[in-house]
Design a protein around this ligand. Sequence first.
Ligand code: NAP
Ligand code: G3H
Length: 484
Amino acid sequence: MVSNTLTLLASELYINGEWKKSKSEQTIEITSPYLYKGIGKVQAITQQEVDEAISFAQVAQKEWAQASLQQRASHLYKWADALLANKDEIATVIMLEVGKSLNDAKSEVSRTVDFIRYVVEEALHMHGESMRGDSFPGGSKSKVAIVERVPLGVVLAISPFNYPVNLAAAKLAPALMAGNAVIFKPATQGALSGTKMIEALHLAEFPKGLVNLVTGRGSEIGDYLVEHKGIDMISFTGGTDTGLHLAKKSAMIPLVLELGGKDPGIVRQDADLQEAAKQIISGAFSYSGQRCTAIKRVLVHDSVADELVDLLKREIDQLVVGSPVNGSTVVPLIDEQAADFVQGLIDDAIDKGAVVVTGNKRDRNLLHPTLLDHVKEDMRLAWEEPFGPALPIIRVSSDEQTIALANASEFGLQASIFTKDINKAFAIANQIEAGAVQINGRTERGPDHFPFIGVKKSGMGVQGIRKSIESMTREKVTVLNLSV
Ligand code: NAP
Ligand code: G3H
């Protein structure tokens, strides 16, 4: 079955509603992270083709901005239907390309379908407001302001490898529903899946040029896209270094960045340890920890640390490790380089005295889930984001120390607090510098209509269905001067 599918994985540019090869005549080979062989090719776009795509988007957007919400909705619903109808095929490509288990890949597609439909429903119920003037200088009650949200123009959507369909559609759907056109640049390893998503979108017969798929290495075309005068807003999800680079390059246009994290799982002495262990392991190791919201460090009170470590080990022993084809939770990392990086963090911690509770086994880019106890502040693993299956345990002696350590990180995506004392939970949550704090649950982005926020080096701006629509529109005021 897999080898039959392999022959199908060719991606083309999608510009002005047409599929085409790049004039560069250059392609990039995509290697599967677990089959270790080429599974397809994506086009390396030229700058001239980027210019053309943006020009087509600008033209299409003008008309699309005039379309009614119901008209826009009908296309988005068709897109969602097409994704659902092709769920199995799309999920197979996700599995092949980024090594996510088939079930997780199917969930990614279903979640995307729900997401698109919810975007439509939310947008249909977002209304402007009116305000009456008052006694400010030049103002009077005869003035009425009508405040509406209008689209920004052409949105550049740049997505990461780990949710190649969901984190792409999470940008495209709100952008389109809000009346924008889109230039979509998927992660190169993820572009085959992104292409499948655009094939479904093509079936929904959006106006030509409204959505354009541009592929090529970020290192080669990224700056050109980001600095392009035809781009009116950038929605980016990816690594912090790339995000920082983008923030320096883009000028005077709205920018939403969702970046990396080092989410702490905080375990107080009064926590339900069994439940905490379950949540922490699921949070830390699903998809091998290749989630921005994975729990990436455990801060546990000394008095319960030994018991928690035992429970965590027991949970890890139950994880299925291996090929995504077998439904494994811990799968090979996206590439060998990613595995080298995680191994480097593990080795550094061990060299400096951390104790391996389990794991530290490696077969090429497949790293077994690794739990390291007695991790200290001088170890890189205490601070750096592995984006892989390595979880450090840091023992603490007070809530004050926990909060200080949690906040000493350069990241601020989310945090989890495990405790039976709800007052303490709130007191700690109030002091944690993060976009969201979960009480007695794992860190995660969803439900997708909740605001999703990264602070410090974890991002800028807010996503989540309503917030994404808001970020892709601006307010416009029309003032009615009455003669009464
Ligand atoms: P990445 O290497 O930063 O790549 C993200 C995207 O940026 C890709 O499409 C990449 O294209 C593109 N890119 C690279 N250089 C660029 C440039 N100069 N200009 C414009 N675009 C450029 O991240 P990743 O490896 O795909 O994802 C892993 C990281 O993303 C982790 O740090 C993770 O925490 C973070 N992440 C955060 C969230 C969140 O919501 N907070 C979600 C998912 C992932 P190429 O693939 O062609 O290089
Ligand atoms: O990788 C970053 C994603 O935004 C995480 O989403 O918490 O649903 O896995 P998730």
